[in-house]
Each structure stands twice: as C-alpha cells, then as structure tokens.
Design a protein around this ligand. Structure first.
Ligand SMILES: Cc1cc2nc3c(=O)[nH]c(=O)nc-3n(C[C@H](O)[C@H](O)[C@H](O)COP(=O)(O)OP(=O)(O)OC[C@H]3O[C@@H](n4cnc5c(N)ncnc54)[C@H](O)[C@@H]3O)c2cc1C
Ligand code: HEM
Length: 395
C-alpha cells in the first residue's frame, strides 16, 4: 500500500504521468543502455525499434499506480504474472531493479521537469518500489518452484534435430549439452533463446515449446520474419533459419509463461493462426498422451496449406484423441475452409476453456466472437508473441 501522503501526490500527478508515460519510457531506455551497454544484449532490440517495449513498460507502471489508488477496480495479478514470467525466462535478478528504478526516475524528472518536486519524486519512487517488490517476490517464487538459480539461468543446448515444417517454418529439437536435466514445463510455456549475431551482439527471443513435456527434449518451431516496407529482416529468426544446424548449440533460458494448459478435464478449444500454432501443438500433444478422451476442438487459420506449420503432425496427434474436431481456414489454396476463421462455426460448450495464439488483430476478433457467444473472459486465454496484451495493457 502507498503511504497516505504519497497516495495523494500520486492521485494528483497520475494524469500528467499517464499522458507522458511513453515519453518517459522512451527517454528511459536509451539513457539506461548508455550507462549499461551490457543490457543491450538482454533487451529485445526489435521491440526497442518498434517501440512496443516502451509502451509495455509505460502501461504497466500506470496500471499499477491506478491499481494502488483503486484496488477494488481490478486486479493487477495478471499483469504481474505476465511480467514475472517474461523476466524469469530471461534470468532477471533482484539486484538489477535499482538500476531500472534509478534511470526510470531520472527519465520522469527529465520529461516532467519542474513539476517533479521532491514530494512528487518520493511518491513515484514509492510506486516503483512497491511494484518492484511485487515482481521480485513473484520472480523469486517462480525461480524457487522451477529449482532455478537466477544467476545461471542460461544453459547450453544442442540441436539434436532440425526439421522443416512449412514454408519459412523450421523446428529445432534441443537436448542439454551441459549434462543437466530437461526441465519439466507446462504445455503452453515458452523459453528464451539467445543467439550471438554477426554484429557481435547477443539477442534473446522467446519461442513457445511446440511439443508437450516428457519427451526428453525441448522443441521450438520458428517462423522466419521477413522485413516489410524497408524494415530489416528479423534478426534472430533469420539467424536460426540460416545458420543453426544439427549439432550446433544454443543458449536457452528456463521454461516460463503464464498461459499454460488448464490441467483439469473440461473441454478445450485451441485457436491459432500462423506460427501461433506452436503452444497449441504442445497442448494437443500433452492432452493426447495424458488425457486422450478429453474433448478438444482444434482451429487453425493460415494463408495457405504450404504455410501451415506442423500440419501433418497435428492431424496425426488429433487422430489419437477420441473426442476431437478439427477446423482449418486458408486464405488461399485447398484443404480447408476458405477465408478467415468464422467464430460462429466453432462448436462451443459453456464449460469450454479457450486458448488463442496468433497475430494480435486475429486474436482480437476471435476473442470478441467467443465473448459474444458467452464464454467468460477468464476462460479465454491468449498468448501475444511480443510485449503487451490485447486491450493495450500488459499482462
Ligand atoms: C511468449 C512468446 C512466444 C513466442 N513464440 C514463438 C514461436 O513459437 N515461434 C516463432 O516463430 N516466434 C515466436 N515468438 C516471436 C519471437 O520471439 C520473435 O519475436 C520472432 O522470432 C521475431 O524475432 P526476430 O529477431 O526474427 O525479429 P526482430 O529482429 O525482433 O524484428 C521484429 C520486427 O521488427 C522489425 N524491425 C526490427 N528492427 C527494426 C528497425 N530498426 N526498424 C524498423 N523495423 C525493425 C522487423 O522488420 C520485424 O518485423 C514468440 C514471442 C513471444 C513473446
Ligand atoms: C518495476 C520494475 C519493472 C517493470 C514494471 C517491468 C516491466 C516490464 C514489462 C511490462 C515487460 C514486457 C512484458 C511482456 O512481454 O508483456 C518487461 C520485459 C522485460 N523486462 Fe522488465 N520491468 C521491470 C524491471 C526490470 C528489470 C530490473 C530488468 C533488468 C534489467 C528488466 C528487464 C526486462 C527485459 C529484458 C524484458 C524483455 C524485453 C523485451 O523483450 O523487449 N525489467 N518488463
């Protein structure tokens, strides 16, 4: 809880902070990287270029301040969970929080100028540290639960198999190269993978595990991201496609992610588009091996059958389930329904739990359709393949 004095200051200054939040975080990142160049290799520079990480950080801090002022207006849990899982996948440590706090508060001062009196600075510092403590605690719990030492999260894994899955999509099956064990994980979770790029920088990206747990390996499936309208090609996906072969090694962080399959027995709806199929493949694989009689509806949308990753595998796994329906939509080509997913055509029962993954506009549309058809929002889970979430907030 904020102290009473700080609460009043935060209440009065929140509108101006909210209006300038992205300006503040835009000031914050370059200054922090200038003082700590080693952090350039920890932060996704694609998200820096697109500005998505700036927006995500700004929205998280503003949402938390709003939550402190009106705790009954809504929970902050989902946001904290999302950030904590992302941090754990990257090995963020408690001792790094003062660095972020110092540069964030300096950016507040720089953007808001004289408006930042010592009282205002102290009140927002309190907000920062309440949020930091909450995240540090959540991350400590995740590290402990996973038996992970936050100082050594990155481990070397060997590519045991590389397999083309579709046009511009390739899978890498990874086994530990350090004699350690394959960690357990929940279907739907992801890992961070870090590669050393030709420019000398190391860059991490997250990749959902595309096979269920218990296989003695981890598998990721990666879509090659091509630059459009003069933008550069995706750094890490292209590096993985062009340079990583069988027997090469990769640095991989621990499995993390809050959008994991509900271990219950109720009906499950898996809706994906494009490379968003990866967490669905893990969930389906897991259900087929551990609950083959569970009701599952599998929906996938893609540009064409040739671009549909893991298509044959999903069909094979689905054939092992006793109560499954599969629907496919292609914008072009045969072998499925034509056009975009028609949410009204998806069989739905009121106890269904839905998992969505794909481009943000696609998930917006499908989620809205499912809510309209009566599914409660807390049973429509979704994974954004980037920072932030569907309603503009984070978490
Ligand atoms: C939880 C999670 C799970 C994910 N799971 C998967 C998965 O299973 N499979 C998968 O393939 N992906 C997955 N992703 C996405 C993945 O992490 C990467 O974002 C993706 O591979 C692109 O990374 P990249 O390095 O190739 O592209 P980046 O280099 O990060 O570029 C991303 C975009 O930004 C543009 N860009 C980059 N730099 C600039 C610049 N200077 N100016 C203008 N534009 C620029 C690029 O053109 C490109 O469009 C997941 C993401 C998350 C968060
Ligand atoms: C209170 C403090 C902090 C807040 C509010 C915060 C918030 C966030 C948010 C909102 C995201 C995006 C989550 C998503 O993917 O949706 C994120 C990602 C990230 N955070 Fe933090 N964070 C904090 C502290 C830190 C610290 C101390 C570090 C370590 C230097 C750090 C490093 C990162 C990195 C590397 C990412 C991934 C960035 C990317 O992929 O672009 N964060 N954080």
């Amino acid at each position: 809880m904020l102290s009473a004095a700080s609460a009043e200051v935060v209440r009065v200054t929140l509108p101006v902070v909210r209006d300038h939040a992205v300006q503040i975080t835009s000031e914050f990142y370059p200054a922090m990287f200038a003082a700590h160049p080693e952090l350039l290799d920890l932060f996704n520079q694609g998200n820096q270029a697109s500005g998505r990480q700036r927006v995500a950080l700004a929205s998280a801090v503003v949402a938390f301040a709003e939550h402190l002022l009106a705790p009954d207006a809504g929970s902050f849990d989902a946001i904290a969970e999302r950030i904590a899982h992302k941090h754990v996948s990257l090995g963020i440590r408690a001792e790094q929080y003062p660095v972020v706090g110092r540069h964030l508060m300096a950016a507040v001062g720089k953007v808001l100028g004289d408006a930042v009196t010592p009282e205002v600075a102290a009140a927002w510092d309190e907000v920062y540290w309440l949020l930091a403590c909450r995240l540090i605690a959540a991350e400590a719990r995740l590290y402990q639960r996973g038996g992970i030492d936050s100082a050594t999260v990155w481990r070397r894994w060997r590519v045991a198999k590389r397999q083309d899955e579709a046009v511009d999509a390739v899978s890498f099956t990874l086994v530990p190269d350090d004699g350690g064990e394959v960690p357990d994980f929940a279907p739907g979770q992801y890992v961070s993978v870090a590669v050393d790029l030709p420019d000398g920088h190391r860059q991490p990206r997250q990749y959902s595990l595309s096979q269920g747990p218990g296989c003695g390996s981890l598998r990721i499936s990666v879509r090659r991201v091509r630059g459009v309208d003069g933008a550069p090609d995706g750094a890490v996906s292209n590096h993985l496609h062009d340079h990583v072969r069988t027997d090469d090694t990769l640095l991989v962080g621990p499995p993390a992610g809050e959008n994991a399959l509900d271990p219950g027995t109720g009906p499950v709806l898996l809706v994906s588009a494009g490379i968003g199929i990866t967490p669905m493949a893990a969930m389906l694989d897991h259900i087929a091996r551990s609950q083959p009689t569970r009701r599952v509806v599998v929906v996938h949308a893609d540009r064409s059958p040739e671009r549909h990753p893991l298509r044959a595998e999903i069909r094979r796994i689905a054939a092992g389930l006793t109560d499954v329906d599969q629907f496919t939509w292609y914008e072009e080509g045969d072998g499925g329904r034509r056009g975009l997913v028609d949410v009204d055509a998806i069989p739905l029962t009121e106890d269904t739990t839905a998992y969505l993954c794909g481009p943000v506009p696609f998930m917006h549309r499908v989620r809205a359709g499912l809510l309209r058809r009566g599914l409660p929002a807390d049973r429509v889970h979704y994974e954004v393949f980037g920072p932030g979430m569907l309603d503009g907030r984070v978490g």
